[in-house]
Design a protein around this ligand. Structure first.
Ligand code: CA
Ligand code: CA
Length: 447
C-alpha cells in the first residue's frame, strides 16, 4: 500500500487536475469531464496517464495517439470497421472513431444476418443436434462428434468470420460522444499485440448462434459459447476505459434449457488470457451478465504475466467472475459491487482467487441486499491470495477474507508477494463510491 504521505500527494494531484479541467471548461477550451486519469489534446488522442495501473508500466499505453490523418477513421458500419482495422499485423498507429452502433451481424452491404443465415448450407439444425447428442442415448463420457457437430462448428466458423474484429497494435478505438456509440453482437479481439486503447463504447448482445454441448463439463454438462465482447489474448499494454458491457436486450433468463442445462449463448464480457499482461480496466460498467471477467484461461495460463489493474468499475447484475483471477498480480480497487439480483442475474460470487493468484482488493464497496451472504462474495481453490483493506459492505469496513475463510474449507491466503505501485487516482476510502461511480462510469460519460 502507498505510504500515507504518498496518498496525500496523490489526492492533492488529483484535485489539481480536476480544477484545471473546470478552468479549461469555463474558458471554452478542451473539456475533460471526469477524465482526470487521461492525458492528451482531445478524446481521440488521449493516452493513459502516468502510474494509472499496470498498463502504465514501462512504455505506457498510447494506442493510436500518433496516427496520421490517413489512419484516422470514423466508422458506423461493420464493413467500415473491418476496413479501418486493416491487417492485424499492420502496426501503423490508427485511431478509429465509432459513431453510433456498429451491428456485427450484418453483411458487407449492411443487410442483417441471422443465425439461420450462418447455418445455411452447413446442414446444421438445433433439433438435429439435440437429437444426436441427447445424453439419454449418446451418453455423457465423450464430446460430441459426427455430422451434426461438424456442421455446428462450420456454422460457428462462419459467424466468427463475421463478428470477430481483430485489433492491430497501436490502435485507439473510441466512441464518438453523443452518438450512443458501440458494437452490437460483436467481439473485439486483441491478440498478440501491444498498445491498445478501448474507450467510450457500449458492448451489447454478444451472442454465439451455435453453442457447443460439453457433456464432460462439470457434474451435469454445459452449453458453452465463443465470443467475449472484448477478448485479450497475449495482449500487452491495454487500457479499457469508460465502456459499458451488457447482455441486454437478450437476458440469460429468457434462454431455454436443453438436456436440463441452460443454453448459454454468452461467454465473457472482458476476458484477459493467454499470457496477456499490463492491463488497466477503469471506469467501466458491467451489467446483466454471467461469466464477466476471466483472468487466465487455465491454471497453467502464464507465469509472471497477467498483471491487471481493475479500478473504479461498477459491477451490477453479474453472476460471477468480477474477476476470476488466476496466477497474476491483480489490483482491484475502488470498485462498486452491487449484488442485488437484476433481470434474473443472481450473483454467485464477486472475486475468485485461484491458481496462486496474487490479488490485492482495496477500498471497494459492496452493496449486499438483506439476506445476502458476505461469505459468498469471494471464492477460491485454496491456492489464491486476497490481500488489501478498506473494503466496505453496506458502508461498514469488513474483512471479506476472514468472513469467507470462516465459512469455507478452501481458505484464501491473506498475503501477496508484491506491492501495488502504479495507483494514480486510488482513493483510500470507498465510502463515496456509490455516488461517484454512478456519474462517472460507462459509455456516454466522456466528451
Ligand atoms: Ca466458455
Ligand atoms: Ca472467453
Amino acid at each position: 500500500m502507498a505510504a500515507p504521505s504518498h496518498r496525500r500527494a496523490l489526492r492533492k494531484r488529483r484535485t489539481l487536475v480536476v480544477s484545471a479541467a473546470v478552468v479549461a471548461a469555463g474558458a471554452g477550451a478542451g473539456v475533460f469531464v471526469m477524465n482526470a486519469n487521461a492525458t492528451g489534446a482531445d478524446l481521440y488522442h488521449q493516452t493513459l496517464a502516468a502510474e494509472d495501473g499496470w498498463a502504465a508500466s514501462g512504455t505506457g499505453t498510447t494506442g493510436g495517439a500518433k496516427a496520421d490523418s490517413a489512419h484516422t477513421f470514423t466508422v458506423s458500419t461493420r464493413a467500415q470497421l473491418v476496413k479501418a482495422l486493416g491487417s492485424a499485423s499492420d502496426s501503423t498507429p490508427r485511431i478509429i472513431k465509432v459513431k453510433g452502433t456498429v451491428d456485427a451481424n450484418t453483411d458487407d452491404s449492411g443487410r442483417k444476418l441471422t443465425c439461420a443465415d450462418y447455418a445455411k448450407g452447413t446442414g446444421y439444425s438445433l433439433p438435429a443436434y439435440l437429437k444426436a447428442y441427447d445424453p439419454a442415448t449418446y451418453g455423457r463420457s465423450e464430446l460430441p462428434s459426427g455430422a451434426q457437430e461438424k456442421a455446428r462448428a462450420a456454422a460457428q466458423g462462419r459467424q466468427a468470420e463475421n463478428i470477430v474484429f481483430k485489433v492491430p497494435a497501436n490502435t485507439t478505438i473510441v466512441g464518438v460522444p453523443g452518438t450512443n456509440a458501440g458494437i452490437l453482437g460483436g467481439s473485439l479481439q486483441v491478440k498478440n499485440v501491444d498498445n491498445v486503447i478501448i474507450r467510450n463504447l457500449l458492448f451489447s448482445a454478444t451472442e454465439d448462434c451455435f453453442p457447443q454441448w460439453d457433456p464432460t463439463d462439470g457434474d451435469k454438462g454445459n452449453w458453452n459459447s465463443q465470443y467475449d465482447a472484448v477478448t485479450l489474448r497475449g495482449a500487452t499494454h491495454v487500457w479499457v476505459d469508460h465502456n459499458s458491457f451488457t447482455d441486454a436486450p437478450h437476458y440469460d433468463s429468457a434462454t431455454p434449457d436443453y438436456y436440463g442445462r441452460q443454453y448459454q449463448v454468452h461467454d465473457g464480457d472482458l476476458d484477459i488470457t493467454n499470457g496477456s499482461d499490463l492491463v488497466t480496466v477503469e471506469r467501466n460498467q458491467f451489467t446483466d451478465h454471467d461469466k464477466t471477467m476471466l483472468i487466465g484461461s487455465s491454471d497453467k495460463d502464464s507465469t509472471g504475466k497477467l498483471r491487471v489493474s481493475i479500478h473504479h468499475n461498477v459491477w451490477k447484475g453479474i453472476v460471477q467472475r468480477a474477476p476470476l483471477a488466476r496466477i497474476g498480480r491483480i489490483h482491484v480497487y475502488n470498485n462498486l459491487y452491487d449484488t442485488t439480483t437484476v433481470d434474473g442475474y443472481a450473483p454467485l460470487y464477486s472475486i475468485n482467487s485461484r491458481a496462486g493468484a496474487q490479488v490485492v482488493a482495496q477500498a471497494n464497496y459492496w452493496k449486499v441486499p438483506s439476506g445476502g451472504k458476505v461469505a459468498a462474495l469471494l471464492s477460491g481453490d485454496g491456492t489464491g491470495s486476497v490481500a488489501g483493506s478498506g473494503n466496505l459492505v453496506n458502508g461498514t469496513v469488513t474483512d471479506l477474507v476472514a468472513v469467507y475463510n470462516a465459512a469455507s474449507s478452501k481458505k484464501i491466503k491473506t498475503t501477496v508477494n508484491w506491492k501495488p505501485a502504479l495507483t494514480a487516482g486510488l482513493e483510500s476510502s470507498a465510502a463515496g463510491l456509490p455516488t461517484e461511480l454512478a456519474a462517472t462510469t460507462g459509455a456516454g460519460v466522456l466528451n
